[in-house]
Design a protein around this ligand. Structure first.
Ligand SMILES: CC(C)(COP(=O)(O)OP(=O)(O)OC[C@H]1O[C@@H](n2cnc3c(N)ncnc32)[C@H](O)[C@@H]1OP(=O)(O)O)[C@@H](O)C(=O)NCCC(=O)NCCS
Length: 276
């Protein structure tokens, strides 16, 4: 896994934060930023301290995002939302040459966040997935992307759910997986989710008609849907350092994945890295 680190400071009112950033994604590549345990203290498994979150909120989020965060009751989910938005603004701002709070974020009718082209000369396309304190942000130039992340875990009703969303070939693979059933389940799940997030269609995509096992996938589209056109999407899976399964999809025939790490650093760590 190729991981590049370039530490750059992020303006925060409270001292002690920086996000490591690589350069703008190259043509034909999908840059995937992974933030591990971004929202949990590794020792206590609690959200990062209120001081950390306050710094992120005040320096990076916009008023409507703050209002949205305040409506999230679950503490970890709120921390995850704030951290995702903060990292997203920093990463996109870096690629666009803008201060994080100047990045314009909109949502399509089906809820997929995007940066409008009038303020997006790089034609950046991105997608986000977050689960259990882990965050993936995929960014590409000029082509749509989707990303999904899930920790592998046993589920009580796994067989029933698998039967609902898998194609016959996927179900066959799942059935013969033995003790690796959870891994197969989440591999197929993340690939389908990444695919439907690349299209932006979400639940309108007929999952049981969409084969996810190959590297290139043809989207089967109900006639009632105007977008996207049926076409070739490509899919790649990988495992994160924590063992979670992840998938990235794009509307290109193929793409190269570049892995990067994004994390909130303390000042000491940041200074050490810059001077070493
Ligand atoms: C958005 C959706 C696709 C993914 O949700 P999820 O897996 O629970 O959560 P993830 O963390 O992976 O993705 C959430 C992010 O996707 C993005 N998103 C929202 N709507 C989207 C859309 N239409 N297309 C692409 N991305 C979208 C947002 O950035 C969102 O972040 P936010 O929660 O901070 O706003 C979900 O709403 C959904 O419709 N899931 C389908 C469920 C299903 O049956 N899946 C079968 C899989 S085989």
């Amino acid at each position: 896994m190729l991981t590049r680190r370039t530490a750059i400071p992020v303006e925060t009112r409270s001292p002690g934060h920086a996000v490591e950033l690589p350069s703008v994604p190259l043509a034909g590549t999908v840059a995937v930023w992974h933030a591990r345990e971004a929202c949990k203290d590794a020792g206590t498994q609690r959200p990062v301290s209120s001081c950390d979150l306050t710094a992120l909120r005040e320096s990076l989020l916009l008023p409507d995002e703050l209002r949205h965060a305040d409506r999230i009751r679950n503490e970890l989910a709120r921390a995850e939302f704030v951290t995702v938005r903060a990292l997203l603004r920093v990463i996109l701002g870096h690629c666009l040459g803008l201060a994080p709070r100047r990045v314009v974020l909109k949502k399509t009718a089906t809820g997929k966040p995007y940066v409008p082209d009038w303020c997006n000369p790089q034609r950046l396309r991105f997608n986000v997935s977050h689960s259990h304190g882990e965050i993936l942000i995929a960014v590409a130039r000029g082509f749509e992307v989707g990303v999904d992340l899930e920790p592998v875990r046993p589920l009580a009703n796994m067989d029933e759910v698998a039967a609902e969303f898998m194609t016959p070939d996927e179900a066959f693979l799942y059935d013969i997986s033995g003790e690796k059933k959870p891994e197969t389940y989440f591999r197929v799940w993340t690939r389908k989710e990444a695919l439907l997030k690349a299209t932006g269609l979400c639940l309108q995509l007929p999952l049981r008609l969409t084969e996810s096992l190959s590297r290139r996938v043809t989207i089967v589209r109900p006639d009632s849907l105007a977008r996207p056109r049926p076409g070739e999407y490509s899919l790649r899976s990988f495992t994160t350092e924590t063992g979670a399964l992840a998938a990235v999809s794009s509307c290109r025939n193929d793409f190269e994945l570049r892995h990067h790490e994004a994390r909130v650093l303390d000042t000491t760590h940041h200074k050490t890295e810059q001077t070493s």
